[in-house]
Design a binder for this molecule. Structure first.
Ligand code: MG
Ligand code: MG
Length: 253
């Protein structure tokens, strides 16, 4: 289904949904530390979401077994929380979470380092993958094309010689977790589908320190870099507006 122009009521629900998501990711960031398991983090996410009155769209999505995806180090996305998966000092931790509130879904991800970074390269990967997300958001406006967004993200990631994961892409979001069109993290300006004010999209760059190629692990969910290089992932749900955009999954200031 192509993502629709949302009604005022739907946008209000998505703002609430996104605010819940932002608050829970902030909470999780404060809890991440060496020694905690990825399942411990999922339990916190589940508890906090229930307290706020939201539902977890990831749980049961195509059979996914938990409320949140947690991917470490060379894992790019879709890691399943496990009680015996203990986060170590200097591990890269990607938290990808979704919220459904009053039927409206938002989707956001953040990558952070548990404890102290292992290298400047690792810290830079986090910094510049995040920067590529904001460069992508910066070009969003009524009438933007998906290739405009992809080109902006790609420019930042290529400048740093990162592997750009092309097998996975951003997407429309709102009534469903994944709606058309795809929002690739690469592309050419003035190409791809046009997007209109009132549509909501998830922009989500994924980058590695090595190969852009990814493979599926034996659990049939976790996707990691082919060459085991470190990977980072950032994502926001964004409302396209007449004048630009509004990030729905950021903490209100
Ligand atoms: Mg996501
Ligand atoms: Mg997404």
């Amino acid at each position: 289904m192509m993502t629709q122009v949302k009604t005022a009521t739907e946008i209000l629900a998505m703002r609430e949904s996104g605010a819940m998501l932002a608050a829970i990711l902030k909470k999780l960031e404060s809890v991440v530390e060496p020694g905690i398991s990825t399942k411990d983090l999922a339990v916190v996410a589940d508890r906090e979401l229930k307290l706020l009155g939201g539902r977890a769209p990831f749980l049961g999505y195509q059979g996914f077994p938990d409320v949140i995806c947690i991917s470490l180090n060379d894992e790019v996305v879709h890691g399943i929380p496990k009680p015996d998966r203990i986060i170590g000092e200097g591990d890269l931790v990607s938290l990808d979470f979704g919220v459904n509130y009053r039927g409206m879904i938002t989707d956001s991800a953040v990558t952070l380092i548990a404890g102290s970074p292992k290298s400047k390269q690792q810290a830079d990967l986090v910094k510049f993958t995040r920067a590529s997300l904001y460069e992508g958001i910066a070009v969003v406006h009524d009438g933007v094309r998906t290739g405009d967004i992809g080109a902006a993200v790609q420019a930042v990631l290529e400048k740093h010689n990162y592997g750009i994961v092309t097998d996975l892409v951003g997407h429309g979001v709102g009534h469903n977790l994944h709606e058309d069109p795809n929002i690739p993290n690469y592309g050419r300006k003035n190409t791809g589908p046009w997007l209109k004010a009132g549509m909501t999209i998830a922009i989500e760059p994924m980058a590695t320190l090595g190969s852009p190629r990814v493979v599926m692990e034996h659990d049939h969910w976790t996707i990691r870099s082919f060459d085991h290089s470190l990977s980072a992932h950032f994502e926001h749900t964004v409302l396209i507006t007449e004048s630009g955009s509004e990030i729905l999954t950021e903490m209100p200031v």
